[in-house]
Design a protein around this ligand. Structure first.
Ligand code: ZN
Length: 284
């Protein structure tokens, strides 16, 4: 579908160019840089190139250029994905303090299905710690869930800045906004953060033995919650460590008022996290 659209667009553009007459009157046409020229001489300080700084690209502390694969475009043969471009919470901060890499824990190096795309090897493979980010919402899983009816991963997987078993470094997960830690008692690998309006975030696979928060505690945006780790248990309660990463979920609360019990509806946080990370890289 996407390719078809591209082909169609290319055809329409070439057709317009051929026609040529009223081409420049099309307001949607992006290739008209000349129109900005007249404003330049009025600027008394021509040294600054502010437009480039704002829009071109963002880099992390290591100087790496941030990029991301469009929402819903998963690795080949790894699931249908989920198209949702909504930035649900434009004011949240990114859930990790340092640089991070959103990508598959299952279909890449170190994952059980890495061979599907020729990515065999350990989780510390350097290619796992590079941009672009890639969506993993509704990546194939055996379990059927509401958002991914054919079986899928209802969250996003986030690798820390470095591969922890190799680097030995600590990477903190932080509260994305003010809220309260709920339901921690008895939870084996999930920390839930709920905001005043009922929005719920789930942080999974942190080092549960060294959490920085306790059940019922109120936390503020940016406060440390726990260390990115690999805690995971199967349905029989046996420890089955996962790759080192943060699994992050987001639920909107659609209850009509405060008296009604929360009505949770899970959403894909991909573009919300892209927005939060871009703000982080801009130092906002
Ligand atoms: Zn996950």
């Amino acid at each position: 579908m996407r390719n078809l659209e591209k082909i169609l667009l290319a055809f329409l553009l070439s057709a317009s160019l051929a026609a040529c007459d009223n081409f420049s009157t099309d307001p949607a046409e992006p290739t008209e840089p000349d129109t900005e020229e007249p404003e330049e001489p009025a600027d008394p300080e021509p040294e600054e190139p502010p437009v480039e700084e704002e829009e071109d690209y963002l880099t992390d502390r290591e100087g790496r250029e941030f990029s991301y694969v469009p929402v819903g475009d998963l690795l080949p043969n790894s699931g249908p994905g989920h198209q949702d471009t909504t930035i649900y919470r434009p004011d949240i901060i990114f859930p990790l303090e340092d640089a991070a890499f959103l990508n598959s824990q299952v279909y890449r190096y170190g994952g059980s299905q890495g061979s599907v795309n020729g990515m065999e090897g350990g989780q510390c493979n350097a290619a796992n710690y590079e941009y672009p980010w890639q969506d993993t919402f509704c990546e194939s899983r055996s379990r059927t869930q509401i958002m991914c009816p054919d079986g899928g991963h209802e969250g996003l997987d986030i690798r820390a800045a470095t591969c922890i078993p190799q680097s030995g470094e600590t990477h903190w997960a932080v509260a994305v906004e003010d809220g309260r830690i709920v339901g921690l008692e008895g939870s084996k690998y999930t920390v839930k953060l709920q905001t005043e309006d009922g929005t719920l975030y789930r942080y999974m696979h942190l080092d549960m033995s060294q959490l920085a928060v306790s059940d019922g505690e109120f936390v503020v945006k940016g406060q440390r919650i726990g260390k990115v780790w690999n805690d995971f248990f199967n349905s029989s309660g046996e420890s089955v460590p996962t790759t080192y990463h943060l699994h992050f979920e987001m639920y909107q609360n659609y209850a009509p008022d405060e008296e009604t019990d929360p009505v949770f509806d899970q959403v894909s946080p991909y573009m919300t996290l892209v927005n939060a990370y871009e703000k982080k890289l801009r130092g906002e």
